[in-house]
Design a protein around this ligand. Structure first.
Ligand SMILES: [Zn+2]
Ligand SMILES: [Zn+2]
Length: 443
């Protein structure tokens, strides 16, 4: 009998963690963290340095695995490098005796983040290529299936057991024309579906209320091209902000920046970390044309130079959600030596994550830019999460017996029933909404 334990990420977007158990063997899929609980704690004066694992669990910042029998866990398998999937690992893995298996980029990012935080892993980090299948215990085999998402080397994970297969799809979209990396391995997914052995699909249902299909990254690239090459920005500052782990988007920005003869400068430490991971693996040869500036003093010095030569540079930085300490937010607050002028360009190559404080902070930042005469371009973006038609395609390919909507609380994932109702799945029986720290026994 297979059991599915929903440790985290079923009542919030963040701190994803799911355990698949078969007899006395188990694997952990993801150990993420929930950034809003941490930032709230830090805003209220707390210092993350002094937080224990228990303290973080109490805050809701990492999954609560206190009830889990850790002695039966044979592997920890993060699906991709986003913090809501890997952010908890370096705090929690020490309580386990299990290797950590993941794709090359996922492992590389974990190593860089841990080094930066002066942390060491107790368990081995083992790189597995997308497309590989490997045994982790007597009865469990893991397969990493190539999938597209908003970062590199994302995997859809198949857990093979003698009783059938579980598919873990957090996070995915079906992008047939990704700007970097492989296309989704649709042939393999169909093959698994044809076996009739897919017992359950844990479905990334975050955007299940969004109609249609998520746009391809190549569409976002065209949108960015349109803004960067199709507007009059000669002689004006040009700033593009996106997510540090959105390497394909950064690649597009760098290429268009070069096309308009601008020197490209990446500002900030998180951009440095994620792009370094890509460079280390040989994924980002275009980084040779980019100057990366990380330390506060150097950032200030560089900004002074850029201010005096504003038409000659392209700045890429974080702060797309107007996060408190990000470069763009600090530029907005005038804490850095750079003054905006009328007709400077700020391109938000992202979508505002629809939670507080992001909504309020972003609105405030935009309003201020507009007041200063800055030209603001926003939503130059394609999401990394599939919309409802991506979910339909995935369900049809895999033909799972049951569906467990994941990556959010029911008010976010509940939209999926409008699809599954019409596909013959009965909510409550075949579509099962879980809460955090619950166990589902499969027949
Ligand atoms: Zn993700
Ligand atoms: Zn996620």
């Amino acid at each position: 009998m297979i059991e599915i334990i929903s440790v985290g990420g079923y009542e919030e977007v963040g701190k994803n963690m799911t355990v698949i158990k078969y007899k006395d063997e188990a694997v952990v899929l993801d150990m993420g963290y929930h950034l809003p609980s941490l930032t709230k704690f830090q805003r209220e004066g707390g210092d993350k340095k002094y937080l224990t694992v228990k303290g973080m669990q109490k805050l809701g910042a990492i999954p609560d695995d206190s009830k889990l029998d850790k002695s039966i866990v044979k592997a920890i398998v993060p699906s991709h490098c986003h913090l809501d999937h890997i952010g908890g690992i370096m705090y929690m893995e020490g309580a386990y005796n299990a290797p950590i298996y993941a794709s090359p980029y996922t492992i590389e990012v974990m190593k860089i983040l841990a080094k930066d935080d002066k942390k060491e892993f107790k368990n081995d980090l083992i790189v597995k290529k997308l497309g590989s299948k490997f045994k982790v215990s007597e009865n469990i085999e893991i397969e990493l299936i190539a999938m597209t998402h908003s970062t590199l080397d994302a995997a859809m994970i198949a857990i093979h057991t003698p009783d059938g297969i579980i598919i873990y799809s957090n996070d995915f979209k079906l992008d047939n024309k990704p700007v970097m990396g492989k296309r989704p391995d649709v042939a393999r997914l169909k093959e698994l579906g044809k076996t009739g052995k897919v017992k359950a699909l844990i479905l990334d249902a975050l955007y299940s209320s969004t109609p249609g299909k998520s746009f391809s990254e190549s569409v976002a690239r065209e949108m960015l091209k349109d803004v960067m090459l199709g507007t009059e920005n000669t002689g004006h500052a040009l700033i593009v902000t996106s997510f540090a782990s959105q390497i394909a988007r950064l690649k597009s920005a760098v290429e268009f920046g070069k096309k308009i003869n601008r020197k490209v400068v990446f500002l900030g430490r998180s951009l440095a970390k994620y792009t370094k991971a890509a460079e280390n693996l040989g994924y980002a040869p275009w980084m040779k044309d980019v100057e990366v500036v990380t330390y506060a003093g150097q950032v200030k010095k560089k900004l002074k130079i850029i201010e005096a030569n504003r038409g000659k540079y392209l700045i890429c930085c974080t702060g797309n959600q107007a996060e408190e300490n990000a470069i763009l937010t600090r530029l907005g607050r005038k804490e850095l030596p750079f003054k905006f002028q009328k007709d400077d360009h700020v391109v938000f190559s992202c979508r505002t994550i629809p939670v507080e404080p992001n909504i309020t902070n972003r609105a405030k930042l935009e309003k201020q830019f507009i007041k200063e005469g800055v030209r603001v371009f926003k939503d130059i973006h394609a999401s990394g999460h599939g919309a409802i038609e991506d979910a339909r395609d995935l369900i049809e390919m895999l033909n799972p017996e049951i569906i467990i909507p994941g990556h959010g609380a029911m008010d976010q994932t509940g939209g999926i029933t409008s699809l599954t109702d019409g596909m013959g799945y009965k909510t409550g029986k075949d579509v099962i909404f879980m809460e955090d720290v619950k166990t589902l026994k499969l027949k």
